[in-house]
Design a protein around this ligand. Structure first.
Ligand code: TMP
Ligand code: ASP
Length: 236
C-alpha cells in the first residue's frame, strides 16, 4: 500500500489516496477548532492521541460486531480506512445532559437522561450544522428512511458497547457524535473518528472533563486529559 496525493483537508484530519482506489489514509492533525472554526489552536500531540484512541474504539467495535471504515493503524498519526461517501449528517447520541441539549431543554449539565437521545445535525458549515429531524432529512434527500433506520440502530449499538466498556474504565460516556458513509456496495458504514474531539468523557468519580470541552471552555490541560483517556483504554 502506497500513500498518494492528498484528497481533502478538514479541520482535524487530512485524507490521502493510496494505490488502491478502495483505500484511503487518514492523518490526524494537532489542530483543534471549535464553534465552526472560529476558535483555533495547535495542541501538540493531539493528532497522535486521537489516532490511537479512535483506532482502539474501532477495533473494539469490530470485535463486538459493528463494522466501520477502519482497516488498521499505520503509524502514530495515520490509519488506513476504506473509501466511503460520507452521508452529510452528524449523528449525536446522548446519555447525560450537556452542551447544546442542556441549553435547548433547560436541563442542567450532568442530569441523567431517562433514555438515550439521538439527534441529527445537517453537516453544512455555511448553515452552522443545524439540528434537523427525519422529515428534513427526507426532504433534503440526505438519506432514505431505511438508511436512517440503519444509522440509528448502529448508533445506539455503538452507544451500548462504548458506554459499558468505558464504565469499566471509570469513564462516563456523556454524549458523542458519529458520521456514517456508504461503501461501494451501498452499505451504511460507520466512519470518521471516535475520540475526545467528538465525545464527552467525564471521570466517573470526580466528573472531571476528559475531552474537547477543556479546549472549548478554556479549562486547560487538554493534552493531559486526552492522554488519560488513552491510558484508561490501555493504550499507553
Ligand atoms: P453539543 O452538545 O455541542 O451539541 O455536542 C454533542 C456532542 O457532539 C459532543 O460529544 C461533541 C460532539 N460534537 C462534535 O463532534 N462536533 C461538533 O461540531 C459539535 C458541535 C459537537
Ligand atoms: N470542531 C467543530 C468546529 O470547529 C466544533 C466543535 O467540535 O465544537 O466547528
Amino acid at each position: 500500500m502506497e500513500k498518494r496525493e492528498m484528497l481533502y483537508e478538514g479541520k482535524a484530519k487530512k485524507v490521502f489516496k493510496t494505490d488502491d482506489p478502495d483505500l484511503y489514509v487518514v492523518e490526524y492533525k494537532d489542530d483543534a477548532t471549535a464553534f465552526n472554526g472560529q476558535k483555533r489552536e495547535r495542541i501538540a500531540g493531539k493528532g497522535e492521541l486521537n489516532n490511537k484512541i479512535s483506532a482502539l474504539f474501532f477495533e473494539l467495535l469490530r470485535e463486538k460486531g459493528v463494522e466501520s471504515h477502519y482497516v488498521r493503524r499505520l503509524s502514530d498519526t495515520e490509519q488506513l480506512v476504506r473509501r466511503v461517501t460520507i452521508i452529510p449528517l452528524e449523528v449525536v447520541v446522548r446519555n447525560i445532559a450537556a452542551g447544546s441539549l442542556s441549553k435547548r431543554l433547560g436541563w442542567e449539565e450532568g442530569r441523567e437522561l431517562p433514555r438515550p437521545v439521538v439527534e441529527f445535525y445537517y453537516k453544512n458549515d455555511e448553515l452552522g450544522d443545524p439540528l434537523i429531524n427525519e422529515s428534513h432529512i427526507a426532504v433534503l434527500g440526505v438519506a432514505p428512511p431505511d438508511q436512517l433506520d440503519d444509522i440509528t440502530t448502529q448508533a445506539l449499538k455503538v452507544n451500548e458497547i462504548l458506554t459499558a466498556y468505558l464504565r469499566e474504565r471509570g469513564i462516563l460516556l456523556v454524549d458523542f457524535k458519529l458520521e456514517f458513509g456508504l461503501d461501494s456496495g451501498g452499505r451504511v458504514l460507520l466512519a470518521d473518528e471516535i475520540s475526545p474531539d467528538t465525545c464527552r468523557f467525564w471521570d466517573a468519580a470526580t466528573k472531571e472533563k476528559l475531552d474537547k470541552d477543556r479546549f472549548r471552555r478554556d479549562l486547560g490541560g487538554v493534552e493531559r486529559a486526552y492522554e488519560e483517556v488513552l491510558h484508561r483504554l490501555g493504550g499507553r
